[in-house]
Write a protein that binds this ligand. Structure first.
Ligand code: NAD
Ligand code: 6OD
Length: 501
């Protein structure tokens, strides 16, 4: 049976035959005998049943990966692995529309976003790391030994072995491939555990990888939840060599405790409470367009979104009015509607969380400038997980809505007076993932951006990514960096060969 999910449809009735998404272990599709429902957040309808991996299936995936890690894959050449990665990218391209449909069905995001961001980046992740391993180099040092002999020391990267990859629901294919591609590129075997909310594109990826002909056990896919399910069984296993995780900071902390037992390598990309700072000298229109994007893209469900916006006092009122006007023009609609800007949140449970912050904002004394509730459509979308894009003002920096990650389409806008003041306020956060600076003053751009305590700062743009740059967060936002050669380093055991000549 092909696991392709049903395309997103506006049909009021549930589909007659609901697909079953299976796990992929040791080159075979596995029906675990226990399943959970995958729900479309546009209208609350059932998309598919998903096989949940229990302890036995997770153990089988780990054993298969460990066997494969000692097999032909360990000795595969860089050219062979690069060719496999390009073949996977080709496979995604050939099934582009299926991937778009899968991503849209699971998340309700606009079709144009799935096409231009999610699936496009999934392909780029495989191509980038395929090309990178063919051109990467390593260090070589020459020195003199105590007896005057020449010494040459050089560095090699070997596969780590079996890597557990645990990914979230917000950018399902993009964030999964961001880790699968470099892990395979460096000769590792992987067990991928996508979010229970978004199993479809990962299942398609397993189909593409199967068709690409990777040896059995090199790529395994297990579906399920976190606690007492596939995520926990994978991350607590003593038989994996490293864990790479993207998700909430709290989950990262739980996984880190499990990894500590076996002193495993970990790479964590975690939550954020990112700030955008708009100086009075900014290109006003560009800053408005940029903050619209950084606050509301993907319904605010990007870890890099700006939930805190600081605007220099002379332009504060004008900025708030312009952002309100643009926000109220946003089209919140079906994923395939023409001109759609925003879809629903990923699930009803996540909507409950975001709405609890909309309420908290009011309780904390915020002024709701725009939104703050649930849109009413008068059609099947009323059974979905939509919320209004929301702007609030007037909260102190100590308010929970200004300090805690909400992960929805909401930003708090606050005025500031001086550069030093705003830098201090931006850095007064438990998180340190990303920031944005909007200014036309070049010196200020350099001066301010270098003082943010975050893994990345964008100046006059947002979410532009060169995949060769390091990506990750400071403080509660993560541990380690991935991207380009930083990924090659994480997904390798780095050894030094020291030779007396
Ligand atoms: P989450 O932590 O709830 O879940 C992420 C993954 O971990 C899922 O696959 C889940 O099943 C699994 N999981 C949950 N509990 C687990 C446990 N105890 N053991 C093992 N696995 C477990 O996160 P989410 O709600 O899916 O994603 C949203 C969060 O991810 C936000 O906080 C967001 O900021 C963060 N995020 C960070 C980045 C980044 O690059 N820094 C990128 C995307 C999302
Ligand atoms: O662009 C990327 O590679 C990346 N890891 C983005 C993360 C987005 C967070 O939601």
């Amino acid at each position: 049976m092909v696991n392709t999910p049903l395309p997103k449809s506006r049909a009021a009735k549930p589909p007659a035959a609901v697909p079953l998404l299976r796990c992929f272990v040791d080159g075979a599709w596995v029906d675990t005998g226990k399943s959970f429902d995958n729900i479309n957040p546009v209208n609350g309808q059932l998309i598919s049943h998903v096989c949940e991996a229990g302890q036995d299936t997770v153990n089988a995936a780990i054993s298969a990966a460990n066997r494969a890690a000692q097999g032909s894959w360990k000795h595969s050449t860089v050219s062979e692995r690069a060719a496999f990665l390009h073949c996977i990218a080709d496979g995604i391209e050939q099934r582009f529309d299926d991937f778009v449909a899968a991503e849209v069905a699971d998340t309700g995001r606009p079709v144009h976003q799935a096409r231009t961001l999610d699936v496009a980046r999934g392909i780029a992740n495989f191509r980038t790391f395929a090309d990178l391993i063919k051109t990467s180099s390593s260090d070589l040092f020459q020195s003199d030994g105590p007896d005057g002999a020449k010494i040459m020391s050089y560095v090699i990267r070997k596969p780590l072995g079996t890597i557990g990859i645990i990914s979230p629901w917000n950018l399902p294919l993009l964030l999964l491939t961001w880790k699968v591609a470099p892990a395979l590129a460096m000769g590792n075997c992987v067990i991928a555990k996508p979010s229970e909310e978004t199993p479809s594109s990962a299942t398609l990826l397993a189909e593409v990888i199967q068709a690409a002909g990777l040896p059995n056990g090199v790529f395994n896919l297990i579906h399920g939840f976190g606690p007492d399910s596939a995520g926990q069984f994978l991350s607590t296993s003593p038989h994996i060599d490293a864990i790479t995780f993207t998700g909430e900071s709290r989950t990262g902390s739980t996984i880190m405790k499990a990894a500590a037992e076996g002193v495993k390598e970990v790479s964590f990309e975690l939550g954020g409470k990112n700030a955008a700072v708009v100086f009075a000298d900014a290109d006003f229109e560009a800053a408005i367009a940029g903050v619209m994007k950084s606050s509301f893209t993907n319904s605010g469900q990007v870890c890099l979104c700006s939930e805190r916006v600081y605007v220099e006092r002379p332009i504060f009122d004008r900025f708030v009015a312009a952002l309100k006007s643009r926000t109220e023009q946003l089209r919140v609609d079906f994923p395939d509607a023409e001109g759609v800007d925003m879809g629903p949140l990923v699930s009803h449970a996540h909507r409950d969380k975001v709405l609890s912050y909309y309420k908290l904002a009011r309780d904390e004394g915020a002024t709701v400038v725009s939104g703050g509730g649930v849109p009413v459509f008068g059609d099947e979308r009323d059974q979905g997980a939509y919320v209004q894009p929301t702007i609030i003002t007037g909260l102190p920096d100590t308010a929970r809505c200004v300090r805690e990650e909400i992960f929805g389409p909401i930003c708090h806008i606050s005025p500031f007076d001086t550069e030093a003041e705003v830098i201090e306020r931006v850095n007064d956060s438990a998180y340190g993932l990303a920031g944005c600076v909007w200014t036309t003053n070049l010196s200020r751009a350099h001066r301010v951006s270098s003082q943010f305590e975050t893994g990345i700062v964008w100046v006059n743009t947002w979410f532009t990514r060169d995949l060769r740059t390091p990506f990750g967060g400071a403080k509660l936002s993560g541990l380690g960096r991935e991207g380009g050669r930083y990924s090659l380093d994480f997904y390798s055991e780095i050894s030094t060969i020291c030779m007396k000549l």
